[in-house]
Design a protein around this ligand. Structure first.
Ligand code: NAD
Length: 469
């Protein structure tokens, strides 16, 4: 018996082809996910088109009321959802993991439901009167990854629904149960047809991105898939919000206090066992405090237990899938072979079931090493020594991605100056990766375009219309 048994049964297909979803911590089966087809996608889009005008007709206030009830529904099912998420994704229940993710879904949904968005008067000078409105786009496609499957789904669908759109969701093949279960709970309150999950493979995603009846794609995933979506959406001139891969740099200035920042540095990098788009993935530390930062980080790292997520003791879990495990293992091996110094980890236990890769810190590594230059998306942090701030900024900006970045210092003004020189959508000071439903979030360079969250995030799910009298 699992706490989510009834919920899982309600999303288990009674017929048709299915895929067995396994627990990345143990390799045991969790349940069956439907393998939806292009025909299922067509049906979902038809239902969305049919349901959308009445939803639009409700207006903002009534839609917000429905969405607030849907947030209450998540809260009622929070324990079941968190348990299923923990088993399917691997993240522990405890810490900033599964329960936190479900709580985030409630918070973001409520924020999207209650953020005011009024028509804006643009000009009113006696001669000209012009105002700006945001109308629904129609049908929105939401395509997501496997690292924060529930939270990212909410980030995509909550503003879309609030703005009067219908949504067809295409979850990652690795984590469909989490998204199917979340949407099942939301649909206790949301009118029929408006919100459907099509649990198919990438051909279903590609068709969603080119479908003439879909007006916008919200996509979160790799940069390579983002580029494929830009191409498949071109013929229909779809609107796109693309939250793509990153390789976030953190720069520790010489005046930072290694002991004081170690905890936040660690969680900036190892949140969700490093499987976070805006995690700290390259740490640049001034040579004066390099050894002290390495030492303090190691102390925090050894005190963070990794293991099966259902054990309340654990705050780090496995990698979600074998492909990601191999990426991390190969990058660390290449770093070791190049002569970099492994401070901690780097020695996975081959006999252990599940995709556990130990918490790994790698020092004295060159900036062009693949563990630095590529997105590792796992629990392995390279720590690079620098001697001038100009050099650190140049290295931070050298890649073609720029999602987040951070500057660590005891002097806020000095940190702000450095922050302003970094090419990234968000630069945090003395923290990394903290997102907030009131604060817009999006990437620079090949980390994507468009903003999520806050008023900007609502506007991105509307078609702007100027009324000029
Ligand atoms: P992925 O690009 O492999 O897959 C994401 C989704 O796209 C899946 O649902 C997949 O089925 C679908 N897909 C694949 N090919 C497609 C195509 N041609 N057309 C349409 N859909 C297609 O990404 P992933 O491995 O699941 O996620 C990890 C990546 O996501 C990392 O690079 C990470 O940095 C990034 N990410 C970014 C953010 C952000 O906010 N910027 C957040 C989380 C993850």
């Amino acid at each position: 018996m699992e706490p989510y048994d009834a919920l899982l049964a309600s999303i288990t297909p009674k017929s048709g082809e299915t895929r067995t979803i396994t627990d990345p911590a143990t390799g045991t089966a969790i349940g069956e996910a439907p393998i939806h087809t292009l025909e299922d996608l067509e049906q979902a889009i038809n239902a969305a088109q049919a349901a959308q005008p009445a939803w639009d007709g409700l207006g903002h206030e009534a839609r917000s009321a429905v969405l607030l009830k849907a947030a209450d529904a998540i809260e009622r099912s929070a324990a079941e959802l968190a348990h299923l998420l923990s088993r399917e994704q691997g993240k522990p229940l405890n810490g900033l993991n599964a329960r936190f993710e479900v709580g985030g879904c409630v918070a973001w949904l409520r924020a999207a439901a209650t953020t005011p968005l009024e028509a804006q008067t643009l000009v009113d000078d006696g001669e000209t009167y012009a105002e700006l409105h945001y109308k629904p786009i129609g049908v929105v496609g939401a395509i997501g990854p496997w690292n924060w499957p529930m939270m990212i789904t909410i980030w995509q669908i909550a503003p879309a629904l609030r703005m009067g759109n219908a949504v067809v969701v295409k979850p990652s093949e690795y984590t469909p149960l989490s998204v199917l279960a979340l949407v099942k709970v939301l649909n206790e309150e949301i009118p029929e047809g408006l919100l459907t999950v099509v649990s198919g493979d990438r051909t279903v995603g590609a068709r969603l991105a080119e479908h003439p009846a879909v007006g916008k794609i919200m996509f979160t995933g790799s940069t390579a898939t983002g580029k494929a979506i830009i191409k498949s959406s071109a013929d229909t001139v779809k609107r796109l919000t693309l939250e793509l891969g990153g390789n976030d740099a953190g720069i520790v200035l010489p005046d930072a206090d290694p002991k004081a920042i170690a905890q936040d540095l660690f969680w900036g990098a190892f949140l969700n066992t490093g499987q976070t788009c805006s995690a700290l993935k390259r740490l640049y530390v001034h040579t004066d405090i390099y050894d002290a930062v390495c030492e303090e980080l190691t102390k925090v790292a050894v005190a963070a237990p990794m293991g099966n997520g259902l054990d309340e003791n654990n705050v780090l879990g496995p990698l979600q899938n074998k492909a990601q495990y191999d990426i991390v293992a190969n990058l660390v091996e290449a770093a070791r072979a190049s002569g970099a110094r492994i401070l901690l980890g780097g020695n996975p236990d081959a006999g252990q079931p599940g995709y556990f890769y130990p918490t790994t810190l790698v020092a004295d590594i060159e900036n062009d090493n693949p563990l630095v230059a590529e997105e590792q998306f796992g629990p392995a942090l390279p720590i690079i020594r620098y001697s001038t701030v100009d050099d650190a900024v140049e290295k931070a900006n050298a890649l073609d991605v720029g999602l987040g970045a951070s500057v660590w210092s005891s002097n806020r003004d000095a940190a702000r100056e450095v922050a302003a020189r970094i090419q990234a959508g968000t630069v945090w000071i003395n923290k990394h990766g903290a997102v907030d439903p009131r604060i817009p979030f999006g990437g620079a360079k090949q980390s994507g375009y468009g903003l999520e969250f806050g008023i900007e995030g609502l506007k991105a799910l509307g078609t702007p219309q100027v009324i000029n009298l």
